[in-house]
Design a binder for this molecule. Sequence first.
Ligand SMILES: Nc1ncnc2c1ncn2[C@@H]1O[C@H](COP(=O)(O)OP(=O)(O)OP(=O)(O)O)[C@@H](O)[C@H]1O
Ligand SMILES: O=P(O)(O)OC[C@H]1O[C@H](OP(=O)(O)OP(=O)(O)O)[C@H](O)[C@@H]1O
Ligand SMILES: [Mg+2]
Length: 304
Amino acid sequence: MELIKDLPDRLLFAVPKKGRLHTSCLSLLEGADIQFHRKNRLDIALVKNLPIALVFLPAGDIAKFVGEGNVDLGITGQDMVAEAEAQDKVTEILELGFGKCRLCVQVPVKGGATTVEELVGKRIATSFEGVAGKFFNEIDAKVAANFTSSETKSTELVFVSGSVEAACALGLADGIVDLVESGETMQAAGLHDIVTILSSQAVLIASKRPKHPELVQTITNRIKGVIAAQKYVYINYNVERKHLKEASSITPGRQAPTVSPLENPEWVAVSSMVLKNNVAQSMDALEAIGARDILLFAIQNCRV
Ligand SMILES: Nc1ncnc2c1ncn2[C@@H]1O[C@H](COP(=O)(O)OP(=O)(O)OP(=O)(O)O)[C@@H](O)[C@H]1O
Ligand SMILES: O=P(O)(O)OC[C@H]1O[C@H](OP(=O)(O)OP(=O)(O)O)[C@H](O)[C@@H]1O
Ligand SMILES: [Mg+2]
């Protein structure tokens, strides 16, 4: 097959083929000008404008492929890296700011355990057998150490691949370990969280010895640019020269603000990058020192 023949010379970049991270990954690739056409049902797509092939894989398998060096680069959740026990086998290059969630121990609100220690010896449903197993092994050992009897209780893990929240209501488990973002699914199932095992977000990961290190750097720089462009906006305003010091402290920029002279020597034009989530406060503060014609621009892309 033509496509397979082309792969050895290309950097392989694994992205989630579906699910929560898929759409955000596609817009990241578009922002980084990584152009490809994915044929229907095909999980490999050659990039048209760079020597890269995208490999569409389940988010849960990506850390393993990157860790083993089968692919150079990947995007997945930090929870998946932990579950694959790949933290030491991959380099986490960049947090991507989406797919934010927490992996939590959850129990029924009514009549459930109030501490994780109370769950020792009981049944826990989860798709995160690795992380949850390690967590409860430690709790089991801690409880056993405080117990004089020689009998140690082990918490039983019950593997379920999805809809984990249903397990308690169905009588399959006494608690669960699963992801929480808004908390909507958990609340709808009559559960609440008693412990956060880990916090997670999507990350760009690379294998320890990538076959195409320069391309890894190029893609990293491009993705950094897209993320920075999403985080910042560009502000431009006029202010009296005598207020320039205050103005600069309101909008310091990443290095320093750009200051340009105006026809009126008592005034200057200032432009600067500002964090999007601070921008209303910055505009209020600028207005308060008499700045005029305050304009805000979206940044399409940048390198910082
Ligand atoms: N509700 C959520 N909010 C934010 N991020 C999430 C959420 N659920 C999952 N994630 C992140 O997305 C990753 C992939 O989860 P996703 O649900 O897409 O995979 P999956 O459960 O294997 O697939 P599917 O649910 O389609 O069967 C998770 O490992 C986690 O990092
Ligand atoms: O706190 P929330 O915003 O409600 O999100 C949490 C839910 O999202 C994920 O499920 P997903 O939609 O992937 O379904 P799944 O159980 O089939 O994996 C996760 O497993 C939780 O069930
Ligand atoms: Mg899911």
